[in-house]
Write a protein that binds this ligand. Structure first.
Ligand code: SF4
Length: 499
């Protein structure tokens, strides 16, 4: 039987989820959902970035093979390489069952190869940047970009007998970014072996449920599996750690709920990187999941101010633009109201953020409720981009209250694998007007709006979604306030009463 093909996409997926590599080659396609509009948008943005770059090359000679299927593209690529074509766009490289289509194969005359006094170098055109700040603030090159280039280098070496020393991509700003492939080689070799086992179906790995899954076509299937198996990733914050937990016998949520934490703090049951605090919390979450009822712990407080602002930003990372600053204002003796600052076009971002800065300066003694660190991070980036007043940002920062971290994560547990706003707010009965609300969809809707700005319903859909996000935060805060009042009332009533 012919071996199943392995592509650069498999290597990319490997860096995100091993089980996805298995399912893409071995899963039942009828269990895979249709690609979301956001993923389609990402594809379109990727293609447009390539087209823009290719047209920026002017009248340079390019062999364009984008419309050819794999086999004819491979034959044409070999011919173009043999005759020394300067640039090959969407060529095809095949060795055994490995198939790669690098965006560009660029001829270099500073080395020779089996082809003659030149060789080809693979370069991908990306709609993002390769170098990024890691959590330790050390710059590092994205592994999924590097793996794709290393895959093409592996194929090119088979064809031309050698490869050039460095790795390169062209980033979203049409700049060349270079990286050293050597530090990636060992993990890449492991990845190639594991990908082959996963694609062939020799191993399957297991779903690791997490926030990354919501954009994956296999989500419904994996969610069902996690529920049926009572898999530990049905708990918030377990992730890949579940493999180490399963090795010491914590195979299900019930195992975790029943564990004696002290037994897992020293060999032979010690779980790497998990101390008593993490295990205690994990056990509590498992008990909450089995009970099917959230638990709220005492100790949280809210700032005592007259004006509360529930604030949510919408941005489009595919265009690098922040297009909406929406908020709900609550103050005494007035109904809560929604207001917003909106960038009608990406070019309006600066004008919009400057207007929002003026609004921030007028806010006085308020609290800004948000549901992630994103608002703070985004405002800081915008301040740096446009040279905005830093005192205004600092004043905002000290008035910000992150309901996700400072309230939900720190003071409660929920029988759901994610503590994202959609999961928590829906649990307490809040409903979005849109049937398919998500930040990713909002980005897709913004792009629909930009293509058809005269259509008022497209803009309204985004505003409604953003407004509902703000009211969802308000609902969560009120839920915790109510709970605290009920507990206090029970304490005041005395020991004979239960709540
Ligand atoms: S839904 Fe999640 S666990 Fe399942 S294949 Fe996709 S990314 Fe992997």
């Amino acid at each position: 039987m012919a071996l199943k093909r392995i592509t650069a996409q498999d290597l990319y997926n490997y860096t995100k989820c091993l089980h996805r590599v298995f399912l893409d080659s071995n899963g039942n396609p009828s269990e895979k959902s249709e690609v979301s509009s956001f993923v389609k948008l990402l594809w379109e943005v990727g293609l447009q970035t390539e087209r823009d770059y290719i047209s920026s090359l002017g009248d340079q000679e390019i062999t364009d093979l984008q419309h050819l299927a794999v086999e004819p593209a491979f034959q044409e690529t070999l011919s173009a390489m043999e005759r020394g074509s300067p640039i090959i766009y969407q060529g095809c490289l095949i060795h055994e069952h490995f198939v790669g289509r690098p965006d560009l194969l660029v001829k270099r005359e500073d080395s020779s190869s089996r082809l003659g006094p030149f060789l080809y170098e693979p370069i991908d055109i990306k709609a993002g940047r390769g170098w990024e700040e890691s959590e330790s603030k050390k710059r590092k090159f994205k592994e999924h970009y590097a793996f794709q280039i290393l895959f093409y280098r592996f194929l090119l070496e088979k064809i031309q007998g050698t490869v050039s020393p460095g790795g390169r991509i062209i980033n979203v700003d049409k700049e060349i970014e270079e990286f050293d492939p050597v530090p990636f080689e060992e993990r890449f070799a492991q990845a190639m072996q594991e990908v082959q086992r996963l694609v062939s179906g020799d191993v399957s790995s297991e779903p690791v449920l997490g926030s990354h899954c919501t954009m994956c076509g296999w989500f419904t299937r994996c969610y069902r599996w996690v529920k049926a198996e009572a898999d530990p990733t049905g708990l918030f914050f377990v992730g890949k750690q579940k493999f180490a937990m399963k090795e010491v016998g914590l195979r299900t949520i019930a195992d975790i709920a029943a564990m004696e934490v002290d037994d897992y703090l020293a060999p032979p049951l010690k779980i790497p990187r998990m101390g008593k605090k993490s295990l205690d919390r994990m056990k509590e979450r498992a008990q909450v999941a089995l009970e099917g009822k959230p638990v709220i712990r005492p100790g949280y407080t809210f700032p005592k101010v007259e004006r509360e602002i529930y604030f949510d930003i919408e941005d489009d990372p595919t265009r690098g633009v922040v297009y909406l600053f929406g908020y709900v204002i609550c103050e005494p003796d007035r109904s809560a109201r929604y207001e917003y600052f909106w960038a009608k076009q990406p070019e309006d971002e600066e004008r919009t953020v400057r207007a929002f800065w003026t609004f921030l300066q007028s806010c006085g003694n308020v609290v800004f409720y948000v549901y992630s660190h994103k608002e703070r991070t985004t405002l800081k980036q915008l301040m740096e981009r446009y040279g905005l007043d830093s005192d205004t940002f600092e004043s905002y920062r000290v008035k910000e209250y992150d309901l996700y971290q400072q309230l939900v994560v720190d003071y409660s547990d929920w029988p759901t694998f994610s503590y994202g706003i959609k999961h928590i707010a829906k649990w307490i009965g809040f409903q979005w007007r849109d049937l398919d609300p998500s930040g990713a969809n909002s980005i897709a809707w913004y792009n629909d709006y930009l293509n058809d700005p005269g259509n008022p319903s497209l803009m309204q859909r985004i505003l409604d979604y953003n407004e509902d996000d703000c009211y969802a935060m308000l609902a969560i805060k009120q839920h915790f306030e109510r709970y605290r009042s009920e507990v206090q009332a029970a304490i005041d009533r005395g020991p004979q009463d239960d709540i």
